[in-house]
Each structure stands twice: as C-alpha cells, then as structure tokens.
Design a protein around this ligand. Structure first.
Ligand SMILES: [Zn+2]
Ligand SMILES: [Zn+2]
Length: 301
C-alpha cells in the first residue's frame, strides 16, 4: 500500500522553515539570507523572525526576494509566557498574513497556536531539547501540526538539537504530530544549511507548499534521503540513499532496524509495531546524517 508523500503527484521541493534576519536577532539582512539559501540550491525558505514587541511584531516581507526558481513563505516565530519552567514559549508559524495581529495581553501558548493555525499557518513546537519543553507543555498545544525532531542551531550552539524523545512521548500517547527539521539559522555561528524539509507539492507556489506541509506531505533531513515507503504484506519497504541504518520506531520501546553498509532498500517488520498506533522511519548514513519520515498511523493505512 502506497504511503504519501512518495506516491502522489508533484515533485520534492527543498526548504528551510526556520531562520532569522536583522529584522529580529539575526546577523544578516533578509535579502542576504534569501540570497544565501537561493544560491545554495534551496527551493524556498521562511524567514521566521521573532514576533516580539522589541522588534515591533515583524512578519518579514520576503516577497521582493522571490525569483523564478526560489520562493518564500511568510511567517514568524511567536512567543508568549510561560512554559513549565517559567520561560517564554517559542512556536513556529509558517504561512502567516503580513498583517497578523500582535500577541494579546494574557494570550496563552495554546491560544496563539490556534490563532496562527486559524490564520492558515503550519504550526510547530521548536527546539524542545534546548529549552526543556515538557510533555505537559507540548500536550497543551492542540493546534500544532509538528514538532522539531532536529534544530541545527540548538545542535551547534548547545548540543541540544534532538527532539525525537518528546515527539515519541507524544505519539505514544496518541497525539498526532509530524516531525520537522530546521536550521533556525541566525548566521552568528556555522548554523545554516544543516537541516531542511523535502516537501512534495504540485508547484513551488507558497500556498501549495504550506498546504502540503499541513497535510504532512514531506520528510525531514540533515543529508540522508528517503525515496519511497510502501507496505508489502507485514513489511514496510523503505528505499533510501546509501545508509548504515534504517530504523522503524513505534509506541514505547517498539523498534526494529536493518544495519549494514550502503543499504538502499530495507524491509522492516511493520507488524511488530502493533495493530494500532504509529510507526515512523529514520534513515542514518555513514556520516551520521539523517532523514526522518512523518509518523504513519495504522488506522489510516
Ligand atoms: Zn526559538
Ligand atoms: Zn528561531
């Protein structure tokens, strides 16, 4: 049985959904950030500056920097008080209107997440390991579409890039969230071009890309590729770029794997993940670069 996005029409577009410019606390201007990603071969980015009063609640207008082969999604990283630990929330919203209303006094994280989603955005919880987002925190954001499984800047600057622990805790408790890998580049360290999404869409149009993101029609990467995933009987068959490990992860402790050298096709025991719940795939290559599928829910296949 085919699994999306691999069996639907369109092509893959490479993009980074989380980046900052001098409009907030980044080092480079918006035009230069767009130029660098464009020259690196990206199909799109979202300049997600910090939506804070100190920066006058910016939605950075990157429309002038779109070209024939490169587009931008408008959005922001929004903040409200307070996580479990009393720190401000960080939520990524890809696909906001330029006139998105500033945060309201007393607005909570679940409320602003819902307001971003209602405005059309793809909403994610970001860098959960860096700021110790708790399971209770994350469970409260019912409007979120995804959670970062990898944040490149958090990996480079704090060695806290991984978000898979929190994702799997949420999935194991029935929360339906997708995975997301992002740079979160500020260009003050070597923090760009380390993590991205591959979105399957019919065109590079920003609205088509946001719709595909919300539908989960993408996978995430730091360098490995997933070419195909399909069910054949009890097995999940994964085609990928040459890998040293192809992993299947399910509820709680459930996991399976194929280990070796230059694996490009893996047949994994999907039935061991149980008749209910989720499974997801991670591909790891010899350089430690990864690709993460979004979770597959058995009741949808
Ligand atoms: Zn942040
Ligand atoms: Zn950020």
């Amino acid at each position: 049985m085919p699994i999306n996005p691999f069996h639907q029409a369109g092509r893959f577009y490479k993009g980074n959904l989380h980046t900052h410019s001098t409009t907030s606390d980044g080092v480079l201007g918006a035009e230069e950030v767009c130029r660098r990603y464009r020259e690196r071969g990206y199909d799109f980015i979202c300049l997600s500056d910090h939506f804070l009063p100190a920066y006058k609640f910016p939605i950075t207008d990157t429309r002038p920097f779109r070209t024939e082969g490169f587009t931008t999604i408008l959005g922001a990283e929004v903040h409200v008080p307070d996580t479990d630990l009393g720190e401000k929330w960080h939520l990524l919203a890809n696909g906001l209107p330029l006139d998105f209303e500033p945060t309201r006094p007393g607005e909570t994280a679940p409320e602003i997440a819902a307001r971003c989603a209602a405005a059309g955005a793809f909403v994610s919880m970001v860098h959960p390991a860096w700021n110790s987002l708790s399971l209770a925190d994350a469970s409260s954001i019912t409007a979120a579409h995804a959670i970062e499984v990898y944040n490149h800047t958090s990996a480079v600057k704090t060695d806290r890039g991984d978000g898979t622990v929190l994702l799997d805790q949420l999935l194991s408790r029935g929360h339906r969230l997708n995975a997301l890998a992002c740079d979160d580049a500020h260009f003050e360290a070597d923090d760009a071009f380390g993590a991205w999404v591959m979105v399957k869409a019919l065109s590079r149009d920003p609205d088509a890309l946001v719709a595909a993101l919300k539908a989960g029609h993408y996978y995430s990467s730091t360098g490995a590729e997933i070419h195909d995933m399909r069910f054949e009987g009890d097995e999940l068959v994964v085609a990928c770029s040459p890998a040293s490990g192809v992993y299947l992860q399910g509820k709680g402790s459930r996991a399976a794997q194929l280990l070796g050298r230059d694996i490009t096709l893996a047949r994994l025991p999907a039935h061991k993940m149980g008749k209910h719940g989720f499974m997801r795939v991670t591909v790891v290559n010899a350089h430690g670069q990864r690709a993460w599928s979004n979770p597959i829910w058995r009741d949808e296949h």
